[in-house]
Design a protein around this ligand. Structure first.
Ligand code: MN
Length: 203
């Protein structure tokens, strides 16, 4: 079976005190790897097993979609953070954030509202649409922007398992810590740059 999940891009205690090693241990080893096991059980011996993960996310439904998307979302979430992250974007990305959200603070407020406002389990995203417009979206359960033809630039997992050990029911404090101390803006900038370069190739 070819589906794999990448190693965490940092040690499990590297995001402390904002996210504990206990949270990363549970979230990566139990939840993220759990989705991989479930997907493998679901598609073992079927044609889907020969397809790319992102292709399954784009085109499948039901349990195959749920597990494939959760694998994809979590791999993207780990890369959305780094030790010593946070702060504000720079360069080209900063200009675009300013264009669509007024300022870095405007972006943070919009993103926080989406992340705390998602009623149940889900995700909040910064995405780039087909016309190059940046926007913030939330999605429920495993749903994600790839499935809708949008390009994700950043995500936060707001399922309770992402923050309950460290923040109990206080999702807002987790979202604030993510924005202030964890966001990897270099990752966001690389995603924006890749989306623009892909467009030039297609154009
Ligand atoms: Mn999760």
């Amino acid at each position: 079976m070819k589906f794999e999940i990448p190693s965490l891009p940092y040690a499990k205690d590297a995001l402390e005190p904002h996210l504990s090693a206990e949270t990363l241990e549970l979230h990566y080893e139990k939840h993220h790897k759990g989705y991989l096991r479930k997907l493998q059980n679901e598609i073992d011996g079927k044609p889907e097993a020969e397809r790319e993960l992102e292709d399954l996310v784009r085109t499948s439904g039901g349990d195959v979609f749920n597990n494939a998307a959760q694998i994809w979302n979590h791999s993207f979430y780990w890369k959305s953070m780094k030790p010593g992250g946070g702060g504000s974007p720079t360069g080209d990305l900063a200009k675009e954030i300013e264009t669509y959200f007024g300022s870095a603070d405007g972006f943070r407020q919009t993103f926080r509202a989406a992340a705390t406002g998602e009623f149940g389990s889900g995700w909040a995203w910064l995405v780039r649409g087909p016309l190059g417009r940046l926007s913030v979206r939330s999605s429920s359960d495993a749903d994600n922007p790839v499935h809708k033809g949008l390009t994700p630039l950043l995500t936060i997992d707001v399922w309770e398992h992402a923050y309950y050990v460290d923040y109990r029911n206080e999702r807002g404090r987790y979202v604030d810590a993510f924005l202030e101390h964890l966001v990897d803006w270099d990752f966001v900038a690389r995603n924006l740059d890749a989306a623009k370069r892909a467009e030039v190739r297609e154009g």
